[in-house]
Design a protein around this ligand. Sequence first.
Ligand code: PMP
Length: 502
Amino acid sequence: MHSTTISREIAQPKASILDTIGDTPIIRINRLGPDHVDLFVKVEAFNPGGSIKDRFALAAIEAAEASGELKPGQTIVEATSGNTGIGLALVCAAKGYPLVVTMAESFSVERRKLMRFLGAKVVLTPAAQKGTGMLAKAEELAREHGWFLARQFENEANADMHSRTTAREIVDAFGGTGPDIWVSGFGTGGTLKGVSRVLRAECPHTRIIVAEPDNVPMLQSGIAQVRDAEGRPASHPSFRPHLMQGWSPDFIAKLAEDAVMAGAVDQYQPVSGNAALQAARDLAAKEGIFCGISSGATFAAALQVAETAPAGSKILAMLPDTGERYMTTVLFDEVGEDMSEEELEISRSTPGARFDVAAPAPAPAAAAPAPSCKPEAAAMVDDIVAEHPVVMFVLEWCEFSWSVRKLFAAAGIPYHAVELDAAVMQKDNLGGELRAALGVKAGAPTIPQIFVGGEHVGGATDTFDGFKDGSMTERLAAAGVPFDASKTTDPYGYLPSWMYPR
Ligand code: PMP
Protein backbone atom coordinates (compact mmCIF):
# COMPACT_ATOMS: atom_id res chain seq x y z
CA MET A 1 0.00 0.00 0.00
CA HIS A 2 1.22 3.49 -0.72
CA SER A 3 2.27 5.81 2.09
CA THR A 4 -0.12 8.62 2.76
CA THR A 5 0.73 12.26 2.38
CA ILE A 6 -1.67 14.99 3.32
CA SER A 7 -1.87 17.09 0.20
CA ARG A 8 -2.06 20.80 0.68
CA GLU A 9 -2.98 22.99 -2.22
CA ILE A 10 -2.90 26.70 -1.60
CA ALA A 11 -6.55 27.67 -1.73
CA GLN A 12 -8.06 31.12 -1.71
CA PRO A 13 -10.88 31.77 0.79
CA LYS A 14 -14.20 30.67 -0.73
CA ALA A 15 -16.70 33.40 -1.58
CA SER A 16 -19.48 31.39 0.09
CA ILE A 17 -20.38 27.83 1.07
CA LEU A 18 -21.83 27.41 -2.42
CA ASP A 19 -18.32 27.42 -3.87
CA THR A 20 -17.62 24.15 -2.05
CA ILE A 21 -20.28 22.19 -3.97
CA GLY A 22 -18.95 19.55 -6.36
CA ASP A 23 -15.39 18.53 -7.19
CA THR A 24 -15.79 15.55 -4.85
CA PRO A 25 -12.93 13.06 -4.55
CA ILE A 26 -12.68 9.79 -6.43
CA ILE A 27 -11.07 7.30 -4.06
CA ARG A 28 -9.42 3.94 -4.66
CA ILE A 29 -10.83 0.95 -2.75
CA ASN A 30 -7.93 -0.98 -1.24
CA ARG A 31 -9.32 -3.74 0.96
CA LEU A 32 -12.63 -4.82 -0.59
CA GLY A 33 -13.43 -6.57 -3.86
CA PRO A 34 -11.56 -8.95 -6.15
CA ASP A 35 -7.87 -8.38 -6.98
CA HIS A 36 -8.16 -8.50 -10.75
CA VAL A 37 -9.92 -5.10 -11.04
CA ASP A 38 -9.37 -1.56 -9.73
CA LEU A 39 -12.38 -0.33 -7.77
CA PHE A 40 -13.03 3.37 -7.15
CA VAL A 41 -15.80 5.34 -5.48
CA LYS A 42 -16.91 8.93 -5.95
CA VAL A 43 -17.71 10.19 -2.48
CA GLU A 44 -20.49 12.76 -2.73
CA ALA A 45 -20.62 13.09 1.06
CA PHE A 46 -17.84 15.66 0.57
CA ASN A 47 -20.46 18.15 -0.65
CA PRO A 48 -21.31 20.70 2.09
CA GLY A 49 -24.83 19.26 2.55
CA GLY A 50 -23.42 15.74 2.65
CA SER A 51 -24.94 14.52 -0.62
CA ILE A 52 -24.91 14.64 -4.40
CA LYS A 53 -28.11 16.67 -4.37
CA ASP A 54 -26.31 19.88 -3.40
CA ARG A 55 -25.32 19.99 -7.06
CA PHE A 56 -28.95 19.98 -8.20
CA ALA A 57 -30.01 22.49 -5.53
CA LEU A 58 -27.46 25.04 -6.70
CA ALA A 59 -28.16 24.35 -10.38
CA ALA A 60 -31.95 24.62 -10.05
CA ILE A 61 -31.82 27.90 -8.20
CA GLU A 62 -29.18 29.54 -10.37
CA ALA A 63 -30.93 28.45 -13.59
CA ALA A 64 -34.24 29.90 -12.34
CA GLU A 65 -32.51 33.11 -11.25
CA ALA A 66 -30.95 33.43 -14.68
CA SER A 67 -34.23 32.81 -16.52
CA GLY A 68 -36.13 35.19 -14.28
CA GLU A 69 -38.52 32.42 -13.21
CA LEU A 70 -37.37 32.82 -9.61
CA LYS A 71 -37.80 36.30 -8.13
CA PRO A 72 -35.71 37.71 -5.27
CA GLY A 73 -37.15 36.60 -1.94
CA GLN A 74 -39.69 34.23 -3.58
CA THR A 75 -40.45 31.04 -1.63
CA ILE A 76 -39.07 27.82 -3.11
CA VAL A 77 -40.97 24.54 -2.68
CA GLU A 78 -39.92 20.97 -3.52
CA ALA A 79 -40.85 17.36 -2.91
CA THR A 80 -37.83 15.38 -1.71
CA SER A 81 -36.71 12.23 0.02
CA GLY A 82 -34.41 14.49 2.02
CA ASN A 83 -31.11 15.09 0.33
CA THR A 84 -32.51 17.53 -2.22
CA GLY A 85 -34.23 19.32 0.64
CA ILE A 86 -31.02 19.55 2.64
CA GLY A 87 -29.15 20.84 -0.43
CA LEU A 88 -31.91 23.35 -1.22
CA ALA A 89 -32.03 24.41 2.44
CA LEU A 90 -28.35 25.29 2.49
CA VAL A 91 -28.44 27.04 -0.88
CA CYS A 92 -31.58 28.96 0.19
CA ALA A 93 -29.93 29.87 3.50
CA ALA A 94 -26.85 31.18 1.72
CA LYS A 95 -28.88 33.09 -0.89
CA GLY A 96 -31.73 34.28 1.36
CA TYR A 97 -34.76 32.43 -0.07
CA PRO A 98 -37.48 30.88 2.13
CA LEU A 99 -37.88 27.12 1.52
CA VAL A 100 -40.78 24.71 2.07
CA VAL A 101 -40.12 21.00 1.59
CA THR A 102 -42.73 18.24 1.28
CA MET A 103 -41.54 14.80 2.35
CA ALA A 104 -43.18 11.45 3.05
CA GLU A 105 -43.10 10.66 6.78
CA SER A 106 -41.24 7.39 6.06
CA PHE A 107 -37.88 9.01 5.33
CA SER A 108 -35.41 9.20 8.21
CA VAL A 109 -36.00 11.72 10.98
CA GLU A 110 -32.45 13.09 10.65
CA ARG A 111 -33.42 14.49 7.27
CA ARG A 112 -36.34 16.48 8.69
CA LYS A 113 -34.28 17.84 11.51
CA LEU A 114 -31.37 18.82 9.26
CA MET A 115 -33.67 20.76 6.93
CA ARG A 116 -35.33 22.54 9.83
CA PHE A 117 -31.91 23.30 11.36
CA LEU A 118 -30.94 24.88 8.04
CA GLY A 119 -34.01 27.11 8.26
CA ALA A 120 -36.47 25.25 6.00
CA LYS A 121 -40.09 24.34 6.76
CA VAL A 122 -40.84 20.62 6.34
CA VAL A 123 -44.41 19.54 5.51
CA LEU A 124 -44.84 15.79 6.00
CA THR A 125 -47.10 13.71 3.77
CA PRO A 126 -48.64 10.30 4.59
CA ALA A 127 -46.31 7.35 3.86
CA ALA A 128 -49.23 5.50 2.26
CA GLN A 129 -49.37 8.13 -0.50
CA LYS A 130 -45.70 7.44 -1.37
CA GLY A 131 -43.56 9.65 -3.62
CA THR A 132 -46.47 10.67 -5.84
CA GLY A 133 -48.26 12.04 -2.74
CA MET A 134 -45.44 14.33 -1.69
CA LEU A 135 -45.07 15.48 -5.28
CA ALA A 136 -48.75 16.35 -5.57
CA LYS A 137 -48.56 18.30 -2.30
CA ALA A 138 -45.58 20.35 -3.50
CA GLU A 139 -47.37 21.16 -6.78
CA GLU A 140 -50.51 22.16 -4.92
CA LEU A 141 -48.58 24.47 -2.59
CA ALA A 142 -46.70 26.05 -5.52
CA ARG A 143 -49.95 26.62 -7.43
CA GLU A 144 -51.94 28.00 -4.50
CA HIS A 145 -49.22 30.26 -3.12
CA GLY A 146 -47.30 31.26 -6.26
CA TRP A 147 -44.12 29.57 -5.03
CA PHE A 148 -41.26 28.40 -7.25
CA LEU A 149 -41.30 24.59 -7.68
CA ALA A 150 -37.79 23.18 -8.21
CA ARG A 151 -39.12 20.06 -10.04
CA GLN A 152 -36.05 17.88 -9.56
CA PHE A 153 -37.64 14.92 -11.37
CA GLU A 154 -37.88 16.69 -14.72
CA ASN A 155 -35.82 19.88 -14.39
CA GLU A 156 -33.16 19.83 -17.13
CA ALA A 157 -30.93 21.92 -14.84
CA ASN A 158 -30.56 18.71 -12.81
CA ALA A 159 -29.04 16.69 -15.66
CA ASP A 160 -27.16 19.71 -17.05
CA MET A 161 -25.35 20.25 -13.76
CA HIS A 162 -24.19 16.61 -13.75
CA SER A 163 -22.96 16.93 -17.35
CA ARG A 164 -21.08 20.12 -16.45
CA THR A 165 -19.59 19.00 -13.13
CA THR A 166 -19.95 15.32 -12.09
CA ALA A 167 -19.25 13.95 -15.58
CA ARG A 168 -16.26 16.26 -16.14
CA GLU A 169 -14.77 15.27 -12.79
CA ILE A 170 -15.17 11.58 -13.71
CA VAL A 171 -13.76 11.85 -17.23
CA ASP A 172 -10.79 13.96 -16.12
CA ALA A 173 -9.93 11.78 -13.12
CA PHE A 174 -9.42 8.84 -15.46
CA GLY A 175 -7.10 10.71 -17.80
CA GLY A 176 -9.78 11.89 -20.19
CA THR A 177 -10.90 8.40 -21.16
CA GLY A 178 -13.22 7.70 -18.22
CA PRO A 179 -13.46 4.48 -16.20
CA ASP A 180 -14.10 1.15 -17.94
CA ILE A 181 -17.30 0.66 -15.95
CA TRP A 182 -19.45 3.30 -14.27
CA VAL A 183 -22.10 2.20 -11.75
CA SER A 184 -25.00 4.33 -10.49
CA GLY A 185 -28.51 3.99 -9.13
CA PHE A 186 -31.19 6.50 -9.94
CA GLY A 187 -33.76 8.60 -8.13
CA THR A 188 -34.58 11.54 -10.35
CA GLY A 189 -32.19 10.15 -12.93
CA GLY A 190 -30.37 13.49 -12.96
CA THR A 191 -27.02 11.84 -12.26
CA LEU A 192 -27.74 9.07 -14.77
CA LYS A 193 -28.86 11.31 -17.62
CA GLY A 194 -26.26 14.03 -17.06
CA VAL A 195 -23.24 11.77 -16.62
CA SER A 196 -24.17 9.08 -19.15
CA ARG A 197 -24.51 11.43 -22.12
CA VAL A 198 -21.02 12.83 -21.52
CA LEU A 199 -19.57 9.33 -21.11
CA ARG A 200 -21.32 8.18 -24.31
CA ALA A 201 -19.89 11.17 -26.22
CA GLU A 202 -16.39 11.19 -24.82
CA CYS A 203 -15.73 7.71 -23.46
CA PRO A 204 -17.58 5.30 -25.76
CA HIS A 205 -15.81 2.28 -24.21
CA THR A 206 -17.24 2.98 -20.72
CA ARG A 207 -19.93 0.46 -19.78
CA ILE A 208 -22.80 2.02 -17.86
CA ILE A 209 -24.43 -0.13 -15.19
CA VAL A 210 -27.63 0.95 -13.47
CA ALA A 211 -28.45 -0.60 -10.12
CA GLU A 212 -32.02 -1.15 -8.96
CA PRO A 213 -33.43 -2.64 -5.74
CA ASP A 214 -33.87 -6.37 -6.49
CA ASN A 215 -37.56 -6.19 -5.58
CA VAL A 216 -38.20 -3.07 -7.71
CA PRO A 217 -37.09 -3.87 -11.27
CA MET A 218 -38.86 -0.79 -12.59
CA LEU A 219 -36.53 0.07 -15.48
CA GLN A 220 -35.79 -3.61 -16.15
CA SER A 221 -39.53 -4.35 -16.37
CA GLY A 222 -39.78 -2.43 -19.62
CA ILE A 223 -43.26 -1.33 -18.50
CA ALA A 224 -43.69 2.24 -19.72
CA GLN A 225 -44.42 4.94 -17.17
CA VAL A 226 -47.99 6.26 -17.41
CA ARG A 227 -48.38 10.04 -17.13
CA ASP A 228 -51.45 12.30 -17.12
CA ALA A 229 -52.04 15.18 -19.53
CA GLU A 230 -49.82 17.46 -17.44
CA GLY A 231 -47.01 14.89 -17.40
CA ARG A 232 -47.65 13.83 -13.82
CA PRO A 233 -46.56 10.20 -13.31
CA ALA A 234 -48.88 7.53 -11.90
CA SER A 235 -47.53 4.98 -9.41
CA HIS A 236 -45.59 2.35 -11.41
CA PRO A 237 -46.86 -1.27 -11.16
CA SER A 238 -43.34 -2.63 -10.50
CA PHE A 239 -42.81 -0.44 -7.45
CA ARG A 240 -42.48 -2.04 -4.00
CA PRO A 241 -41.21 -0.44 -0.80
CA HIS A 242 -37.43 -0.79 -0.59
CA LEU A 243 -34.53 0.19 1.60
CA MET A 244 -32.52 2.53 -0.59
CA GLN A 245 -33.82 5.98 0.38
CA GLY A 246 -33.30 8.34 -2.57
CA TRP A 247 -33.43 5.57 -5.18
CA SER A 248 -36.32 4.36 -7.31
CA PRO A 249 -39.37 6.38 -6.19
CA ASP A 250 -42.74 4.83 -7.06
CA PHE A 251 -42.52 6.16 -10.61
CA ILE A 252 -39.94 6.50 -13.38
CA ALA A 253 -38.89 10.13 -13.38
CA LYS A 254 -38.76 11.98 -16.69
CA LEU A 255 -34.97 12.39 -16.51
CA ALA A 256 -34.43 8.67 -15.82
CA GLU A 257 -36.75 7.80 -18.70
CA ASP A 258 -34.82 10.16 -21.03
CA ALA A 259 -31.57 8.37 -20.17
CA VAL A 260 -33.06 4.94 -20.84
CA MET A 261 -34.57 6.14 -24.15
CA ALA A 262 -31.19 7.57 -25.17
CA GLY A 263 -29.64 4.12 -24.73
CA ALA A 264 -27.60 5.15 -21.71
CA VAL A 265 -27.85 1.79 -19.95
CA ASP A 266 -25.67 -1.21 -20.90
CA GLN A 267 -26.77 -3.43 -18.04
CA TYR A 268 -29.07 -3.48 -15.02
CA GLN A 269 -27.77 -4.84 -11.75
CA PRO A 270 -30.32 -5.85 -9.09
CA VAL A 271 -29.19 -5.32 -5.47
CA SER A 272 -30.78 -6.72 -2.32
CA GLY A 273 -31.32 -4.64 0.78
CA ASN A 274 -29.01 -6.88 2.79
CA ALA A 275 -26.20 -6.59 0.23
CA ALA A 276 -26.59 -2.79 0.38
CA LEU A 277 -26.35 -2.72 4.18
CA GLN A 278 -23.36 -5.07 4.20
CA ALA A 279 -21.53 -3.00 1.58
CA ALA A 280 -22.14 0.25 3.50
CA ARG A 281 -20.88 -1.39 6.72
CA ASP A 282 -17.81 -2.81 4.94
CA LEU A 283 -16.97 0.51 3.31
CA ALA A 284 -17.06 2.14 6.76
CA ALA A 285 -15.26 -0.54 8.78
CA LYS A 286 -12.72 -1.71 6.18
CA GLU A 287 -12.07 1.39 4.07
CA GLY A 288 -12.99 4.25 6.44
CA ILE A 289 -15.54 5.50 3.90
CA PHE A 290 -18.74 6.46 5.69
CA CYS A 291 -21.74 6.53 3.37
CA GLY A 292 -25.49 5.88 3.22
CA ILE A 293 -27.61 2.95 2.10
CA SER A 294 -27.95 3.83 -1.59
CA SER A 295 -24.16 4.20 -1.65
CA GLY A 296 -23.83 0.74 -0.12
CA ALA A 297 -26.25 -0.51 -2.77
CA THR A 298 -24.27 1.06 -5.63
CA PHE A 299 -21.04 -0.35 -4.26
CA ALA A 300 -22.65 -3.78 -3.83
CA ALA A 301 -23.67 -3.60 -7.50
CA ALA A 302 -20.08 -2.66 -8.41
CA LEU A 303 -18.75 -5.66 -6.45
CA GLN A 304 -21.10 -7.98 -8.33
CA VAL A 305 -20.11 -6.50 -11.68
CA ALA A 306 -16.44 -6.75 -10.69
CA GLU A 307 -16.66 -10.54 -10.37
CA THR A 308 -16.96 -11.03 -14.13
CA ALA A 309 -15.25 -7.83 -15.33
CA PRO A 310 -12.11 -8.19 -17.49
CA ALA A 311 -8.80 -8.11 -15.60
CA GLY A 312 -7.47 -4.61 -15.06
CA SER A 313 -10.90 -2.97 -15.39
CA LYS A 314 -11.27 0.37 -13.68
CA ILE A 315 -14.71 0.39 -12.04
CA LEU A 316 -16.22 3.54 -10.53
CA ALA A 317 -19.26 3.48 -8.21
CA MET A 318 -21.18 6.60 -7.18
CA LEU A 319 -21.66 7.05 -3.41
CA PRO A 320 -24.48 9.63 -3.21
CA ASP A 321 -24.53 10.55 0.48
CA THR A 322 -23.12 10.36 4.00
CA GLY A 323 -24.09 7.64 6.49
CA GLU A 324 -24.78 10.23 9.15
CA ARG A 325 -28.39 10.62 8.08
CA TYR A 326 -29.15 6.95 8.72
CA MET A 327 -28.46 6.70 12.46
CA THR A 328 -32.14 6.01 13.19
CA THR A 329 -32.48 3.46 10.38
CA VAL A 330 -31.77 -0.24 10.00
CA LEU A 331 -28.21 0.66 8.87
CA PHE A 332 -27.33 1.24 12.53
CA ASP A 333 -29.49 -1.58 13.95
CA GLU A 334 -26.48 -3.62 15.00
CA VAL A 335 -24.68 -0.66 16.54
CA GLY A 336 -25.54 -0.57 20.24
CA GLU A 337 -25.44 2.27 22.73
CA ASP A 338 -24.28 0.07 25.59
CA MET A 339 -21.00 -1.80 25.77
CA SER A 340 -20.90 -5.14 23.96
CA GLU A 341 -19.51 -8.27 25.67
CA GLU A 342 -16.21 -7.62 23.91
CA GLU A 343 -16.10 -4.01 25.09
CA LEU A 344 -16.98 -5.06 28.65
CA GLU A 345 -14.10 -7.50 28.54
CA ILE A 346 -11.72 -4.70 27.53
CA SER A 347 -13.12 -2.57 30.36
CA ARG A 348 -12.55 -5.38 32.88
CA SER A 349 -9.01 -6.06 31.63
CA THR A 350 -7.55 -3.16 33.67
CA PRO A 351 -8.61 -1.92 37.12
CA GLY A 352 -9.49 1.75 36.42
CA ALA A 353 -12.85 3.46 35.78
CA ARG A 354 -15.07 0.37 35.68
CA PHE A 355 -18.80 -0.06 36.23
CA ASP A 356 -18.49 -3.43 37.98
CA VAL A 357 -16.08 -2.18 40.67
CA ALA A 358 -16.97 0.65 43.03
CA ALA A 359 -14.76 3.72 42.69
CA PRO A 360 -12.12 3.92 45.43
CA ALA A 361 -13.42 5.82 48.45
CA PRO A 362 -12.21 9.41 48.51
CA ALA A 363 -9.71 10.36 51.21
CA PRO A 364 -11.62 11.46 54.33
CA ALA A 365 -12.19 15.17 54.09
CA ALA A 366 -11.20 17.50 56.88
CA ALA A 367 -14.25 18.39 58.97
CA ALA A 368 -16.24 20.80 56.84
CA PRO A 369 -16.59 24.24 58.34
CA ALA A 370 -20.12 25.16 59.35
CA PRO A 371 -21.80 26.79 56.33
CA SER A 372 -21.69 30.54 56.49
CA CYS A 373 -22.50 33.40 54.19
CA LYS A 374 -22.54 37.16 53.89
CA PRO A 375 -25.69 38.82 55.28
CA GLU A 376 -26.14 40.90 52.07
CA ALA A 377 -26.17 37.70 50.00
CA ALA A 378 -28.64 36.05 52.38
CA ALA A 379 -30.92 39.09 52.08
CA MET A 380 -30.70 38.93 48.28
CA VAL A 381 -31.69 35.26 48.23
CA ASP A 382 -34.63 36.03 50.59
CA ASP A 383 -35.75 38.88 48.34
CA ILE A 384 -35.61 36.78 45.16
CA VAL A 385 -37.58 33.95 46.77
CA ALA A 386 -40.20 36.37 48.10
CA GLU A 387 -40.54 38.21 44.80
CA HIS A 388 -41.44 35.32 42.44
CA PRO A 389 -44.01 32.50 42.89
CA VAL A 390 -41.60 29.91 41.44
CA VAL A 391 -37.84 30.32 41.74
CA MET A 392 -35.06 27.94 40.83
CA PHE A 393 -31.39 28.45 41.59
CA VAL A 394 -29.59 26.63 38.80
CA LEU A 395 -26.29 26.09 37.04
CA GLU A 396 -26.51 27.08 33.39
CA TRP A 397 -25.66 23.72 31.81
CA CYS A 398 -26.13 21.21 34.63
CA GLU A 399 -28.23 18.19 33.62
CA PHE A 400 -30.38 18.22 36.78
CA SER A 401 -31.05 21.93 36.41
CA TRP A 402 -31.98 21.42 32.76
CA SER A 403 -34.35 18.58 33.62
CA VAL A 404 -36.30 20.77 36.03
CA ARG A 405 -36.39 23.57 33.45
CA LYS A 406 -37.65 21.17 30.77
CA LEU A 407 -40.33 19.81 33.09
CA PHE A 408 -41.54 23.31 34.05
CA ALA A 409 -41.46 24.49 30.44
CA ALA A 410 -43.42 21.42 29.26
CA ALA A 411 -46.04 21.91 31.98
CA GLY A 412 -46.27 25.67 31.34
CA ILE A 413 -45.05 26.64 34.80
CA PRO A 414 -43.56 30.16 34.71
CA TYR A 415 -40.39 30.40 36.80
CA HIS A 416 -37.61 32.76 37.71
CA ALA A 417 -34.18 31.19 37.26
CA VAL A 418 -31.04 32.44 38.98
CA GLU A 419 -28.06 31.11 37.02
CA LEU A 420 -25.39 30.99 39.71
CA ASP A 421 -22.51 30.20 37.33
CA ALA A 422 -23.43 32.57 34.49
CA ALA A 423 -20.67 34.85 33.24
CA VAL A 424 -22.41 37.98 34.62
CA MET A 425 -22.62 36.36 38.07
CA GLN A 426 -18.85 36.00 38.30
CA LYS A 427 -18.30 39.72 38.88
CA ASP A 428 -17.20 40.18 42.51
CA ASN A 429 -18.04 36.50 42.97
CA LEU A 430 -21.76 37.33 43.23
CA GLY A 431 -22.74 33.82 42.12
CA GLY A 432 -20.47 32.26 44.73
CA GLU A 433 -21.86 34.48 47.50
CA LEU A 434 -25.44 33.69 46.51
CA ARG A 435 -24.62 29.99 46.36
CA ALA A 436 -23.19 30.13 49.89
CA ALA A 437 -26.28 31.96 51.13
CA LEU A 438 -28.52 29.47 49.36
CA GLY A 439 -26.62 26.61 51.01
CA VAL A 440 -27.38 28.07 54.43
CA LYS A 441 -31.05 28.80 53.63
CA ALA A 442 -31.76 25.45 51.91
CA GLY A 443 -29.59 23.40 54.25
CA ALA A 444 -28.22 21.56 51.19
CA PRO A 445 -25.11 22.22 49.12
CA THR A 446 -26.52 20.82 45.83
CA ILE A 447 -27.88 22.75 42.85
CA PRO A 448 -30.62 23.19 41.67
CA GLN A 449 -32.76 24.34 44.59
CA ILE A 450 -36.40 25.12 43.97
CA PHE A 451 -38.79 27.42 45.88
CA VAL A 452 -42.55 27.73 45.39
CA GLY A 453 -44.63 30.44 47.08
CA GLY A 454 -41.60 31.44 49.15
CA GLU A 455 -41.19 27.92 50.54
CA HIS A 456 -38.25 25.65 49.95
CA VAL A 457 -39.12 22.51 47.91
CA GLY A 458 -35.64 21.00 47.62
CA GLY A 459 -33.49 19.81 44.73
CA ALA A 460 -34.37 18.24 41.39
CA THR A 461 -35.37 14.82 42.75
CA ASP A 462 -37.36 16.40 45.63
CA THR A 463 -39.24 18.40 42.98
CA PHE A 464 -39.83 15.32 40.83
CA ASP A 465 -41.04 13.37 43.88
CA GLY A 466 -43.31 16.32 44.77
CA PHE A 467 -45.12 15.86 41.44
CA LYS A 468 -45.47 12.15 42.14
CA ASP A 469 -46.85 12.52 45.70
CA GLY A 470 -49.07 15.51 44.90
CA SER A 471 -47.31 18.01 47.16
CA MET A 472 -46.07 20.08 44.20
CA THR A 473 -49.65 20.31 42.92
CA GLU A 474 -50.71 21.68 46.28
CA ARG A 475 -47.81 24.11 46.49
CA LEU A 476 -48.41 25.43 42.97
CA ALA A 477 -52.15 25.77 43.60
CA ALA A 478 -51.50 27.66 46.84
CA ALA A 479 -49.13 29.98 44.99
CA GLY A 480 -51.77 30.54 42.27
CA VAL A 481 -49.71 28.95 39.48
CA PRO A 482 -51.81 26.91 37.01
CA PHE A 483 -50.04 24.13 35.07
CA ASP A 484 -50.62 21.24 32.70
CA ALA A 485 -50.60 18.21 35.01
CA SER A 486 -50.52 15.78 32.05
CA LYS A 487 -46.89 16.79 31.44
CA THR A 488 -45.74 15.99 34.99
CA THR A 489 -46.73 12.34 35.28
CA ASP A 490 -43.21 11.06 34.51
CA PRO A 491 -40.97 13.78 35.92
CA TYR A 492 -37.87 11.55 35.97
CA GLY A 493 -38.34 11.15 32.22
CA TYR A 494 -36.89 14.63 31.81
CA LEU A 495 -33.49 13.40 33.02
CA PRO A 496 -31.01 12.13 30.44
CA SER A 497 -31.15 8.34 30.12
CA TRP A 498 -27.63 7.84 31.51
CA MET A 499 -28.83 9.38 34.79
CA TYR A 500 -32.16 7.64 34.83
CA PRO A 501 -32.16 4.39 32.84
CA ARG A 502 -35.59 3.76 31.32
N1 PMP B 1 -29.10 8.23 -3.45
C1 PMP B 1 -29.60 9.14 -2.59
C2 PMP B 1 -29.35 8.93 -1.12
C3 PMP B 1 -30.34 10.23 -3.05
O1 PMP B 1 -30.86 11.12 -2.19
C4 PMP B 1 -30.56 10.37 -4.44
C5 PMP B 1 -31.37 11.52 -4.96
N2 PMP B 1 -32.76 11.32 -4.90
C6 PMP B 1 -30.02 9.40 -5.30
C7 PMP B 1 -29.29 8.36 -4.76
C8 PMP B 1 -30.25 9.43 -6.81
O2 PMP B 1 -29.71 10.53 -7.48
P1 PMP B 1 -30.46 11.14 -8.72
O3 PMP B 1 -31.67 11.88 -8.23
O4 PMP B 1 -29.48 12.07 -9.39
O5 PMP B 1 -30.89 10.02 -9.63
